[in-house]
Design a protein around this ligand. Structure first.
Ligand SMILES: NC(=O)c1ccc[n+]([C@@H]2O[C@H](COP(=O)([O-])OP(=O)(O)OC[C@H]3O[C@@H](n4cnc5c(N)ncnc54)[C@H](OP(=O)(O)O)[C@@H]3O)[C@@H](O)[C@H]2O)c1
Length: 335
């Protein structure tokens, strides 16, 4: 088997943006390992996804402790591929993991206690065979644990050299302000937030976006394609090789309805006028929000990554295009 050598042109096409007011630069498109990196996908196929991404200048790979299936498997597989193919490139990569959702049985395998987070990062590093991750996220807020305890644990993880940067995921505006103040006082600032965001999911526009800009926190927005819905791939039925068919844990057939299809058709027509596929327009659209640093996509095959990165060829939206999109996606409110 040939040894992997990354493409010499990998930094030519990608655009990079500063993550908030930190020193960290991130590619405008990043790859997440939530799906397609567990035991349902061959290791070679997984490696091909990572290589295709890196060859296009995607330097940021996002994981969590419980990505699989089974839990932990995406980290183990990523570690295997890293040690085989990416060893020379560790300093060119931003690798993140997370803890805070259910991971192991009992009272310490979940949420935001110091016990959970410290045990969580140690186990993640072991599974990936890494000495440190670049970003460690608290995966979701935990109202039952004092935020001071959670943030102290995150700061300790940085101070122990197990992570370079701290991130928060799924935190609402108030919790983000509070946590980022504590982390700043600990001298381990929160540099990145990871919320969901897409043309069809606009919750961050209710205040989180302003908080991120005010605090100088960047963002990696997840599910910009709504797990594939915003590509039009389900308009004529459920393809046999799609997520909804192969691994529908989080994308169920109930998501499909006529109202969604008519929005997707209208958005596809606009994308075509812009010379883009719907997937490309969906990615470009999240990136035009000034609080967004990177669009965190998933992919089941390298060609999707190639297509999606080409979104960067047209990131500009005319005002009337933005208004048109607003009209299409808001049409639910009139029903
Ligand atoms: N922090 C959190 O709580 C949280 C939660 C969820 C996700 N995330 C992160 O966000 C990442 C992305 O989530 P996601 O995978 O749901 O994102 P997504 O980009 O909305 O959906 C990706 C899926 O859409 C399909 N797809 C992608 N490009 C396509 C194209 N050009 N044409 C046709 N189909 C295409 C593929 O599925 P198929 O080909 O298999 O149909 C792919 O796996 C995750 O890996 C994870 O890192 C974080």
């Amino acid at each position: 088997m040939m040894e992997y050598a990354a493409s010499d042109t990998r930094y030519q096409g990608m655009k990079y943006a500063r993550c908030g007011k930190s020193g960290l630069m991130l590619p405008r498109v990043s790859l997440g390992l939530w799906h397609n990196f567990g035991n349902l996908t061959l290791l070679d196929e997984q490696a091909n996804l990572l290589k295709a991404a890196f060859d296009l200048g995607i330097t940021y790979f996002d994981i969590a402790d419980n990505y699989g299936p089974p839990y932990g498997e995406a980290e183990r597989n990523f570690g295997r591929i890293l040690s085989k193919d990416f060893k020379p490139y560790r300093d060119e990569l931003i690798i993140s993991t997370k803890a805070g959702y259910d991971m192991w049985p009992g009272p310490y395998g979940n949420y935001g206690s110091r016990k959970h987070l410290i045990a969580g990062i140690d186990a993640s590093l072991k599974r990936m065979g890494l000495e440190y991750v670049d970003i460690f996220y608290h995966h979701r807020p935990d109202d039952e644990t004092p935020l001071e305890e959670t943030c102290e644990a995150l700061s300790s993880i940085v101070n122990q050299g197990k992570a370079l940067y701290i991130g928060l995921s799924n935190y609402k505006p108030e919790g983000t302000i509070h946590a980022s103040n504590i982390l700043r006082d600990n001298h381990t600032p929160c540099v990145i937030h990871q919320p969901s965001y897409s043309m069809l999911n606009r919750w961050i526009e209710d205040g989180l976006d302003k908080v991120l800009l005010d605090k100088g926190i960047g963002s990696a927005v997840f599910k910009p394609l709504e797990q594939g819905l915003l590509t039009g791939k389900y308009n004529d039925g459920i393809p046999s090789d799609s997520r909804m068919k192969k691994d529908p844990r989080f994308l169920k057939q109930e998501a499909l309805n006529e109202q969604l299809f008519s929005k997707i058709s209208a958005l596809s027509r606009l994308a075509a006028q812009r010379g883009q596929t719907l997937a490309q327009m969906a990615i470009a659209w999240v990136l035009q929000n000034p609080c967004v640093t990177t669009a965190l996509i998933g992919a089941s095959r390298p060609s999707q990554i190639v297509e999606n990165v080409r979104a960067l060829e047209n990131l500009d939206f005319a005002q009337d295009e933005l208004r048109h999109i607003e009209g299409i996606v808001a049409s639910r409110e009139s029903e």
